[in-house]
Design a protein around this ligand. Structure first.
Ligand SMILES: Cc1cc2nc3c(=O)[nH]c(=O)nc-3n(C[C@H](O)[C@H](O)[C@H](O)COP(=O)(O)O)c2cc1C
Length: 221
């Protein structure tokens, strides 16, 4: 199995290094993609050494590399080869781009090009988190089936206190696997995950998608 780990430009970017190891411990290959801003916080070399793979830092390849057909379609090749995309940390900026379908770097282009499940672990200043624009983007993404790993509440690097701390690594990795303990296929949604849990307890299902319920024999009636 292969997971793409997108690292965007927040102060918590260094914490993504531990996610590489946790995923590898589960036998997963990790392809790291860093935004330009992320490279201001952590060097790609750190992730290359940890993952044992080339780190993707640019949609158009680096100056050191001669463009060829492989690099030209790399975003599509990665999009088709991954079982999940997880973004740690997810900046307010990357949340906004994913929500709006902006595709102006490798990570945002990959998001549009992949049908794999997507997990995002946001981390930011409390006012950025609480801002109506961010909350609206989160709503759009959740609605679309992106799993948001809620940030914790506490003391933030900016000196303020409140929600915005990157969730614990174990919670992020658990979100990649879902409650089923396996990486779910395309079309995976949070409420579907809940539905499995409810179905297991033989309770009524909160999922309104009737066709999904019928296909999976869940929550009859
Ligand atoms: C020191 C510093 C720390 C930052 N920390 C965060 C952060 O934790 N979360 C966030 O959303 N943005 C943070 N930013 C702002 C982002 O780096 C900025 O929005 C950038 O454009 C994000 O680009 P990206 O989403 O392509 O990685 C920080 C900026 C600076 C200069």
């Amino acid at each position: 199995m292969k997971v793409a780990l997108g690292v965007s430009g927040g102060i918590a970017a260094y914490k993504a290094a531990e996610i590489v190891r946790l995923l590898q411990d589960r036998g997963i290959r990790v392809q790291v993609i860093m935004t330009r801003a992320a490279q201001e916080f952590v060097r790609p070399l750190t992730f290359a050494a940890l993952s044992g793979e080339k780190v993707i830092t640019d949609l158009f390849g680096t100056e050191a590399e001669q463009p060829n057909i492989d690099s030209a379609v790399e975003h599509i090749a990665v999009a088709q080869s991954i079982d999940a995309l997880v973004v740690v940390p997810a900046t307010a900026d990357v949340l906004a781009k994913f929500a709006q379908g902006v595709a102006n770097d490798f990570l945002t282009t990959l998001y549009l090009a992949t049908t794999a499940p997507v997990v995002m672990a946001p981390a930011m200043n409390v006012n950025m988190w609480n801002h109506e624009a961010t909350q609206s983007n989160l709503h759009t993404l959740r609605d679309r089936g992106v799993r948001i790993v809620e940030p914790g509440d506490g003391y933030l690097a900016c000196g303020m206190t409140g929600p915005g701390r990157l969730a614990e690594n174990e919670a992020i990795v658990a979100a990649v696997f879902g409650s089923s303990g396996r990486i779910p296929g395309p079309g995976w949604r949070d409420d579907i995950d809940h539905c499995w849990a409810y179905a297991g307890k033989n309770r009524s299902c909160p999922v309104s998608d009737q066709s999904f319920q019928r296909t999976h024999g869940l929550c009859a009636g």
